[in-house]
Design a binder for this molecule. Structure first.
Ligand SMILES: *Cc1c(COP(=O)(O)O)cnc(C)c1O
Length: 464
C-alpha cells in the first residue's frame, strides 16, 4: 500500500515514510492510495482477539513492515503492557458502549498513541537518526502522546498546550512526566494558536528536515489506522450481544480523527449502518453536514474541552473523498477556507449529502442531563465527551439497528463536569488522585512561532 497527499503534490510513498512525514510536504494529508474491501473476511475476523484483529487490519496498510515485526509491535502494544482491555463493550441502558479509556492516560487516544510510540522507535532503530515530535494539545492528545513517547531512544517530544486552557488534571498528566526527552510548553495563547504554530513549523520544510520533525496529532496516518481496529472489534461485540447484523455508531468529535477511522472501517465493510457525528457547541461539522457550509466560528469553551475545536484537522481527508478524490478541487476549497474562513458545497449537489453520516450537536444542558440520567438510571458514569455523544444518540435511535456509543475518556479526568451533573464528587480513579502529589516540569513561552522555533533548536543542539 502506498500513500498519496489529498492535495496531489507528493509522489506515492511507503507506510513508514508516511508515518514519519506526518503532515504531507505539500500541506495536505496523507491517505492510502486505495481502500481494501474486507467484507469476505469478516466471518474469520469475528472471533479473533484484539491483537490478532489489529494485526489483520494493520497488515493491509503497513505493507512495508515484515509481518513478524508488525505482529511484534501489535503484541507489544495491546498485550499485557497496555494495562487493561483495549476496547471492551458493555450494554448500558438503551445503548452499547465501547470503553476506549482503559489505557495508561485513561483516554481513547492511548489506543493509537501507544502503538505510534512503538512504531516510531522501531523505524528509527532500523533507519538510524532521531525524531523530534512536535504537537499541540487541548488536553488529552498531549498526555497520551507524551505517554507513548516518554523515555524512548532517538525521540524527543515537544507538546504545546494553551496556558490556562487545559484542565488542572490534564496539565498534571502531562507535566508530571519528568523523562528528559519530554518537553512540555505552555503557550500564552489559545489552542488554535498552538495548532497554528505547529502547522507553520511543520510546513517550513527546511526546518522540518534539519530538525527531523514528526507529528503525533491525528493527522498522522498511523493514528487513524490504529483506530480502525476497534470499530471492527466493537461491532463484532455488538453483533454477538444483540444478534443484530449491523449497528449505528455514535462518535463524539473534535478533530474528526476518531470518526474518520469509523468512516474508513465502514467503507472497508464493517457492519456499520450509519455514523452519528456528535459535536458540542463548537458545531462547525454539524453545520456542514446540515447545510454544506463549512465556516469557522469563535471557539467556545465547553464541558468537553477535547472537542472545543473549530478547524478539524482531519476533515480534509473526508472532504477529499466527498469531492470525488479530486486533489485540485480539494485544494481550491482548502485555499478558499484558509483565505476567507469558509466555503460552501452546493446543496442538491451530490457532494453535499451523505446518507452514511448524520451530524448533531449536544449542548451543555444535554451533556449534564445525560451524565445525570445515566448515573441515576443505569449506575454508569459517563465523561462529558462521551455524554455529548450519548445525548445525540438518544435523539437518533433506530428501530432496526442498535446503537454503539464510543466512550472516549474515563470520567475521573473531568470531575468538575461530573460534579455539576450529579451534584456529588463521584468521579475518581487512583491514578488521577495520585497526580496532585507529584512534582512537575513545564516551560512557558509567548504565543509566537519564533519562540518555539528557538526553543526546539536550543534543545536539539544542546542534546537535551
Ligand atoms: C480527542 C478527544 C475527542 C475527539 O476526538 P477526535 O479524534 O479529535 O475527533 C473526544 N473525546 C475525548 C475524551 C478526546 O480526548
Amino acid at each position: 500500500m502506498r500513500y498519496i497527499s489529498t492535495r496531489g503534490g507528493v509522489e506515492p510513498i511507503s507506510f513508514q515514510d508516511a508515518v514519519l512525514m506526518g503532515l504531507a510536504d505539500d500541506g495536505g494529508l496523507l491517505i492510502p492510495e486505495s481502500l481494501p474491501d474486507v467484507a469476505d473476511r469478516l466471518p474469520r475476523w469475528r472471533d479473533m482477539d484484539y491483537c490478532e484483529l489489529a494485526f489483520e487490519v494493520m497488515r493491509l496498510f503497513a505493507t512495508d513492515l515484515p509481518e513478524d515485526d508488525l505482529r511484534g509491535l501489535v503484541d507489544m502494544t495491546y498485550g499485557p503492557a497496555y494495562g487493561g482491555p483495549v476496547a471492551p463493550t458493555r450494554e448500558v441502558g438503551p445503548f452499547y458502549v465501547v470503553e476506549l479509556w482503559h489505557g495508561p492516560t485513561l483516554a481513547f487516544k492511548d489506543v493509537a498513541l501507544q502503538f505510534l510510540g512503538n512504531l516510531f522507535e522501531y523505524t528509527l532503530a532500523r533507519r538510524g537518526g532521531e525524531l523530534n515530535i512536535l504537537g499541540a494539545t487541548s488536553g488529552d492528545t498531549g498526555s497520551a502522546a507524551i505517554c507513548g513517547c516518554r523515555g524512548r531512544d532517538g525521540i524527543r517530544i515537544f507538546i504545546l498546550h494553551p496556558e490556562g486552557g487545559v484542565s488542572p488534571i490534564q496539565k498534571r498528566q502531562m507535566t508530571t512526566v519528568l523523562d528528559e526527552n519530554v518537553h512540555n510548553i505552555a503557550i500564552e495563547g489559545s489552542f488554535d494558536d498552538c495548532q497554528s504554530i505547529v502547522k507553520s513549523l511543520a510546513s517550513d520544510l527546511d526546518f522540518k528536515a534539519r530538525y527531523s520533525l514528526g507529528a503525533v496529532n491525528s493527522i498522522n496516518w498511523a493514528r487513524v489506522m490504529a483506530q480502525v481496529t476497534y470499530f471492527f472489534s466493537a461491532l463484532f461485540d455488538v453483533q454477538k450481544m444483540s444478534g443484530a447484523a449491523q449497528a449505528q455508531v455514535c462518535v463524539p468529535t473534535g478533530n474528526f480523527g476518531d470518526i474518520l477511522a469509523g468512516w474508513y472501517a465502514m467503507k472497508m465493510g464493517a457492519p456499520i449502518s450509519r455514523l452519528l457525528l456528535a459535536t458540542n457547541e463548537n458545531d462547525i461539522l454539524a453545520r456542514f453536514f446540515d447545510t454544506g457550509e463549512y465556516s469557522r466560528g469563535e471557539v467556545r469553551q465547553t464541558l468537553a474541552p477535547a472537542m472545543d475545536i473549530q478547524v478539524a484537522s482531519n476533515f480534509e481527508r473526508y472532504l477529499y473523498y466527498r469531492v470525488g478524490e479530486d486533489p485540485e478541487r480539494l485544494k481550491a476549497l482548502m485555499d478558499q477556507f484558509q483565505l476567507t474562513g469558509a466555503f460552501q458545497l452546493e446543496l442538491g449537489d451530490a457532494e453535499a449529502v451523505d446518507p452514511d453520516l448524520v451530524a448533531d450537536t449536544g449542548r451543555r444542558q444535554d451533556c449534564l442531563d445525560t451524565i445525570r440520567q445515566f448515573y441515576v438510571r443505569h449506575d454508569y458514569l459517563l465523561d462529558p465527551h462521551t455524554a455529548v455523544g450519548v445525548s445525540v444518540a438518544k435523539r437518533h435511535q433506530l428501530d432496526h439497528a442498535p446503537t454503539l456509543c464510543l466512550a472516549t475518556a474515563h470520567p475521573a479526568k473531568f470531575p468538575d463536569a461530573v460534579r455539576q451533573a450529579v451534584g456529588e464528587d463521584v468521579a475518581h480513579h487512583p491514578e488521577i488522585d495520585a497526580l496532585m502529589q507529584r512534582p512537575t516540569r513545564c516551560e512557558t513561552l509567548p504565543g509566537d512561532e519564533g519562540a518555539v522555533r528557538r526553543y526546539i533548536e536550543h534543545a536539539v543542539e544542546d542534546g537535551l
